[in-house]
Design a protein around this ligand. Sequence first.
Ligand code: ZN
Length: 432
Amino acid sequence: MPVTPVALAHADDLADFIAASPSSHHAASEVARRLEDAGFVPLDETQPWPSQPGGRFVVVRDGAAIAWVVPTDAAATTPVQVFGAHTDSPGFKLKPQPTTGTKGWLQAAVEIYGGPLLNSWLDRELRLAGRLALADGRVVLADTGPLLRLPQLAIHLDRGANSGLELDKQLQTQPVWGLGDPSSADILAELAASADVDAADIRGYDVVVADSARGAVFGKDDAFFAAGRLDDLASVHAGVVALASLDPSTGTQAAGGPIAVLAAFDHEELGSGSRSGAAGPFLEDVLERMYASLGADPSQRRQAYASSWCLSSDVGHSVHPNYVAKHDPVVQPVLGSGPILKINANQRYATDAVGSSAWSSWCERAGIASQEFVSNNTVACGSTIGPITATRLGLRTVDVGIPILSMHSARELAGVADLHDLTRVAEAFFRG
Ligand code: ZN
């Protein structure tokens, strides 16, 4: 069945969002920019926060962003419905003393970030992007655009390449970015120029390597969407679109509904343990201050948590037609048949019976189909932010996402229809 024009428009908007979000810091800033354009008020963690009923707010901490919409009649025990996702993606991060090279080539010294499929990064035009901390205390975003490439060795020089390519994680992962003598070049100057600052003023940086190609729709009936960083910008984007559709002042968020929260964390690919990761205090800090602004005492806040939900959205595996044996023999989600409910007996996903039932009702309300995911017993299952959030705050949590192929590739593959359906179910979830 052909995908709808609205789903195609959604995929095009996602391509814009991903292009604007080469690093987690860019993604958090893009979340804030889009929501501020939609009328959300940016809050600063170093300042007091206003009384909040009827308000829409967004706060950025490093590479993470949390945004929320408070109904006009919200009180001390009004529950939250948190849509969780992550802003970071596996790849490479710029090392200290990053300008290297040999034999007339300029190269960038990079460290591996998370668990990328290394071979997928070969022979692509790559960009450097992230944040620069300057001598005057400012922190600015920088993005060079296409600058680097990891060239694969020619088949003539590696006759065994097609029977299993193995890359040395140090020697063979250092991209080229120019020609010349490394002692008279400076890759930080490229970043500085892109941010319109002086390279001599850079005192620190968090900079990653990102694919520079734009996302694209293709396949029979426009079924497919491929892009870098679908894990997990597809979820962050779905959450932003859904949250922006709520506005207590226009009545698009019903009175008596929950407080809708989008939590886009950093560092999921490393296990979430940081001040901006799901295992850190960011969400708890925001919720404490939000409930304080509603006059809640700690006991009332806990009362609210007890009837709250977290919908943790991250990509999952579609069945791969060339590797069917890697998947559960019966439960085999495919692209285009709806978002997936992720289930794991060992709580690598937080979904349980009550959560499954709640998910069904949100999908029903959104008018979308959904699928299930469970691992083959011989293939270890990944995990995500859901179990971490549930463990930290005690919120009832459901792990969901869209099915994809090529997870952790420099360019992943999703279904156009699923991307839009995820936004629809996020909206139904936010409305309670
Ligand atoms: Zn992920």
